[in-house]
Design a protein around this ligand. Structure first.
Ligand SMILES: Nc1ncnc2c1ncn2[C@@H]1O[C@H](COP(=O)(O)OS(=O)(=O)O)[C@@H](OP(=O)(O)O)[C@H]1O
Length: 382
């Protein structure tokens, strides 16, 4: 009797019951998706990678591009000007509640970045030995940084002297600090950090460097990656990389001791920034455990070497031998080499290997199109 009464009630409220079941199911799916994205499948916190110039930053960016694409992350794409501003970032795409990754070239402005990125964002960047960085910057931007172009012209009238050594002999005579295009002509890494180069001093360098959760060091690239892995909760296989955006050997100017010393003196702020960051890095290594780090670096190297063998048919390939898709952007003054991918790969392997060697502009364009369904506006090449 009682049994029948319940059946009758159920029948009467069948529509409401169905609606309730539908509601609960939708909520479960919604929450499930949210937790998968934010807590379950995707532990990675939002990240800003300050892409400094000529420091190995394209290699790190490629890794973040791959990781983000794999996780369905939302990228913030800013256009480049001499100071980052929130308004320079394209709108949030439909269906996204926040930006997850910003890893473009920019001149740091943390207050403006905070307007774009969530509060739990991890801040990361990379620095390289300042003398090597400056040599690379000079070679790559000889014709786009006015101070360097003037030195190049002057060098044409001197026999057997490189433009760099001519510049370093009397840099002040070529350098107009008021020209914004000369931003990279002195202390380029400090410039990317947004420092006031006229008044920059060790005190504000310290505060700035400490604002980063991790400052990677190009000379200790693999250790840097393992520390990044811990910070972003990545898997080992997400750290494999190839060395991107390298110049051909003939674009590199050998440095004698005098030129080295002059580059160091001219870029003193960068030297201070680098030395300070190296100490911070060393502390992080100790906190992590030097032995543990070494073990993980060994694993990473083995894994990277396996993947390179699988993917790369030829390295150091000159631009004229590369298909457009994998040809790095070329400056007027330096040759940038690239990679040919093997052709005996499965479709899935090919997708992975192409992404591994994809130069910055091509990968940027691919992600932009995927995210917005439209071609991006011209990309920053600096
Ligand atoms: N993994 C790793 N470790 C150390 N150095 C590396 C690495 N990957 C790239 N490179 C070197 O970094 C230089 C290119 O830097 P970027 O990619 O930052 O250049 S750019 O500003 O985006 O154009 C460029 O240096 P130069 O060849 O001296 O110009 C690359 O060879």
């Amino acid at each position: 009797m009682k049994h029948h009464w319940w059946l009758l009630k159920l029948w009467r409220y069948r529509t409401a019951g169905l609606l309730l079941i539908l509601g609960v199911t939708s909520l479960t799916i919604l929450l499930g998706t949210y937790f998968l994205k934010h807590l379950g499948g995707r532990h990675t916190p939002p990240v800003v990678f300050l892409k400094t110039h000529k420091t190995g930053s394209s290699t790190v960016q490629n890794l973040l591009f791959r990781m983000g694409e794999m996780h369905g992350a939302t990228f913030a794409f800013p256009s480049y000007t001499y100071q980052f501003e929130a308004d320079l970032v394209d709108e949030l795409p439909e269906g996204s509640s926040q930006f997850d990754i910003l890893c473009s070239h920019m001149r740091l402005n943390t207050e403006e970045l905070k307007k774009v990125m969530p509060p739990n964002t991890v801040y990361v960047t990379i620095l390289r030995d300042p003398v090597q960085t400056f040599e690379s910057v000079f070679s790559y931007y000889t014709f786009s940084v006015p101070a360097f172009s003037l030195a190049k012209k002057a060098a044409e009238t001197t026999a057997n002297r490189s433009a760099l050594s001519v510049f370093m002999e009397s840099p002040e005579s070529f350098w107009d600090p008021k020209l914004p295009e000369n931003g990279l002509a002195r202390n380029p890494m400090s410039f990317d950090f947004g420092l006031d180069l006229q008044h920059g001093n060790a005190a504000n360098l310290t505060a700035l460097a400490e604002a980063f959760h991790l400052i990677m060091i190009a000379e200790r690239f693999d250790e840097s990656l393992v520390l990044l892995q811990a910070l972003l909760k990545l898997k080992l296989e997400e750290l494999v990389y190839v060395h991107l955006n390298a110049r051909s050997a003939r674009s590199i100017t050998p440095l004698d001791e005098t030129t080295r010393a002059r580059i160091g003196a001219w870029n003193l702020l960068d030297i201070q920034l680098y030395d300070f960051s190296l100490k911070l890095f060393q502390k992080k290594v100790e906190q992590y455990g030097a032995e543990r780090l070494k073990r993980e670096v060994d694993l990473l190297r083995a894994s990277s070497s396996r993947i390179r063998q699988k993917c790369v048919a030829r390295r150091d390939v000159s631009p004229e031998e590369l298909e457009e898709l994998v040809r790095p952007w070329q400056s007027d003054s330096a040759t940038i080499v690239g990679y040919n991918v093997r052709d005996n790969l499965t479709k899935e392997e090919q997708g992975f290997c192409m992404r591994l060697v994809l130069p910055e502009l091509q990968y940027h364009a691919h992600l932009y199109f995927k995210q917005y369904g439209r071609a991006m506006r011209p990309v920053p090449t600096e």
